[in-house]
Design a protein around this ligand. Sequence first.
Ligand code: 3MF
Ligand code: MG
Length: 342
Amino acid sequence: MAGSKKQYQFSFGPWNISMGADPFGPPVRKEVAFAAKIREYKKLGFDGVQFHDDDIISTEVGPLELPKAVAKVKKMLDGEGLFPEIVAPRLWEHPRTIDGGYTSNSAADRKYALDRTRRTIDIANQIGCKNIVLWLAREGTYIREAKCPLTATQRLLDAINMMLEYDKNILILGEMKPNEPMDMAYMPTPGHFLALCYKTVDPSRSGVLIESAHSILAGLDPSDDMAYALWHKKLWSVHLNDQNGLKYDQDKSFGSVDLRRAFNTVWVLERAGYQGCVGLDVKAMRTTKQADQTRHLANSREIFLKVLDVVRSVDDKVVESFRAERDYEGLELYIMKKLMGK
Ligand code: 3MF
Ligand code: MG
């Protein structure tokens, strides 16, 4: 609601401080140790950490040593006053997930994906996090004939049901993306995943995380995608960033391509009383120097807060009167002037 003074909490993942490698060239910045990354969060104004399972502990660590290894990271977070916002199984780097995890044609590889997911839930429990994020990176195909799409849909539902039954406290947040690394994903948009949520054994614990760039890549408006999920009361996290058209996933700083799109995103979150964390999934430019490697994070947060000021300065009565008169030219100029600070 305009005028209210909700305080937003911000999060990012350790992968957002990166070495700048891309498919065409090697790293251009030095690696930053995990502990050093964790020490950056508070300085940058962030409160929450987004994790992959193997950001917390290596996949090599066995079940017996797991609690001790996770406790070490938890202590690190507690020491900095940070909370773990999400944990996601990284099911796209291991040789056993080349053809996907839950939808792989290989029974042994599907078992690997399910085992690794259970382990991710164990890690999440021990670090004190209920939000399990599923970015279904390789659950799709390069050629349509490679897998049976009917079987794939059922396998995705079965996998989610397994997670919900394995732990009665966790929430599942699907983070959908239409393409990359796959040509075609089985669950290309949040709308697809939301439909699946209602078919699970516990729809009340099945929801979504929406990333701006993923909606844009699907040709959709992130604020509409988010509004739709908010209406369902199923928007439990966001990855805000920006994207210059339908290309590879760019993870640009929030609002840096289309400020009006960013305005609409914040306007929707604010009006709906969004309760989740403001996750920023942004990448530094490859040209960024080592000393500036966290600027994109601080900048995205600052842009969010500045856009929030603009959102809070919008007069609902003025908007309603333009709508009542069907004067969308007037409404557009009103919004544009707000964005230009005029
Ligand atoms: C890919 C993504 C991912 C997810 C992350 C958490 C590496 O486009 O956005 O970032 O956000 O895996 O699930
Ligand atoms: Mg993301």
